[in-house]
Design a protein around this ligand. Structure first.
Ligand code: UD1
Length: 420
């Protein structure tokens, strides 16, 4: 298993390009299953999760053409197997995103249940209930969700009792080919949901209200091919901004967007960071100052994202003052806290709140990544710590951060991958 070795203590300083959003690329790749024509998806990040989704489509017999710039052309007409097998789903929960498109387009789908997950139980009951409301027959047996629909799915009025990102996406994709109108209430408003809606529209779908909590989808009989570039990754953007703030440095991020990061930028400004933005770039400068601790609470978009929580715990750990960080989206998403404490951080966990008392410095230590965003927080801690930090199990980080060590090296960090 590869590890990352970090020599901390230097402020980050430099410019890098932000990759395409993983959480947008995954549903959009799944949406290609809805089209009768060829769909080309561009600006895909080089990430293990993207490779897994491509492998999943390939296993189903879907023909894929990948060019060297990571554009993928998908021809769903060649599909042979309507199954997402356990070996792939267990490595990536987002595989559940093929359920809606498959049953809507091909009348049948067999998708392994995702099972346990490091950050809470994360059920998929809302995906299943929504499809049932649209007329799919669903049987959960032998660890698989089997979905059938003899004719077309039917439009339905669906109220989601929890805001779910992939749930909204799955149902929006299924509704695009359903007969009649589907209304999704209490829908997720995340930019990635909006990006998927825009892609569906480019394929000929009739989707309205995306970006609000009520999405209306007028089903069409068929969808056609298109070319679609995924939006920039707001979590990758936020992670590098946070790393620059924690190290008292400066970073200019290109090919990103400030309008999808408002809650995060506000918090970074509260730490004392100077932030300037343009149409497709964001610059953060600490001018050598120590950040101030911030209080925050995660919640669905447009509030502060749970995927940035761990990075802010690391930032607070070296900030001036005490910050409280409350997680409301997932249970058990504080696995990074124990590892940060091993690096000297002063953190108390009280239920779903971490009280972080900022220290002058952390101390390098061997630590273990437990999930994707937790590993990003350990890298940030390693960058600010005195001495050497060895982050183990970085396969988690490779799921969501493209070339993290190369990008950090470009920003002046002393970091290298140790193959294992
Ligand atoms: C997506 C993101 C993930 C992010 C999360 C929250 C992708 C591929 N992943 O995950 O990075 O952290 O949104 O912003 O886009 N829930 C139910 N029943 C369901 C579905 C969800 O109770 O059927 C609950 C979950 O347990 C959780 C909450 O809803 O407490 C939100 O989860 P959800 O938005 O579904 O997360 P994902 O879509 O899996």
């Amino acid at each position: 298993m590869d590890k990352l070795l970090i020599q901390g203590g230097q402020p980050l300083d430099g410019e890098i390009r932000v990759s395409g959003a993983k959480n947008s690329a995954l549903p959009i790749l799944a949406a290609t299953l809805l089209a009768d024509g060829k769909v080309t998806v561009g600006n895909l990040p080089h990430l293990n999760d993207i490779t897994t989704m491509i492998e999943l489509l390939g296993r189903m017999g879907v023909e894929l053409l990948i060019d060297e710039r990571m554009s993928v052309q998908v021809d769903a007409n060649s599909i042979k197997e309507l199954t997402a097998p356990y070996e792939l789903v267990k490595t990536m929960r987002a595989s559940i995103l093929v359920l809606g498109p498959m049953v809507a387009h091909f009348g049948e789908a067999h998708v392994s249940l995702p099972g346990g997950c490091a950050i809470g139980t994360r059920p998929v009951n809302l995906h299943v209930q929504g499809l049932e409301q649209m007329g799919a027959e669903i049987l959960v047996e032998g660890g698989y969700i089997h979905a059938y629909c003899k004719d077309r799915l039917k439009g339905a009025h669906i109220f989601l009792d929890t805001v779910t990102v992939t749930g909204t996406e799955n149902l929006m994709m299924a509704a695009a080919l359903a007969d009649g109108v589907t209304i999704l209430e209490n829908a997720a408003r995340e930019p990635e949901v909006v990006d998927l809606a825009e892609c569906l529209i480019a394929m000929g779908a009739d989707v309205r209200g995306h970006g609000t909590s009520t999405i209306e989808i007028h089903g069409v009989e068929s969808l056609h091919g298109c070319h679609f570039d995924v939006l920039p990754d707001r979590v990758e953007t936020g992670t590098y901004l946070c790393a620059a703030a924690a190290t008292r440095g400066r970073v200019l991020l290109k090919d990103t967007r400030e309008d999808i990061l408002e809650a995060v930028l506000l918090k970074l400004e509260e730490t004392g960071a100077e932030i300037s933005t343009g149409k497709d770039w964001i610059e953060l400068n600490m001018r050598g100052r120590r950040p101030r601790a911030v209080n925050l609470r995660t919640a669905p978009y447009p509030a502060f994202p749970t995927d940035m929580q761990a990075q802010f715990v690391a930032l607070n750990a070296v900030a001036e003052g005490t910050g409280s960080v409350t997680e409301t989206v997932f249970e058990n998403r504080f696995m990074h806290v124990q590892e940060l404490i091993r690096m000297g951080a002063d953190i108390d966990l009280e239920g779903n709140t971490a009280i972080v008392r900022g220290l002058d410095y952390l101390t390098g230590a061997p630590v273990m990544a437990t999930d994707l965003r937790a590993s990003a927080s350990l890298v940030i801690a390693g960058l600010v710590a005195r001495g050497e930090t060895l982050v183990d199990r970085i396969y988690h980080i490779d799921r969501g951060y493209e070339c993290i060590e190369e990008k950090l090296q470009l920003l002046g960090a002393t970091i290298r991958r140790i193959p294992g």
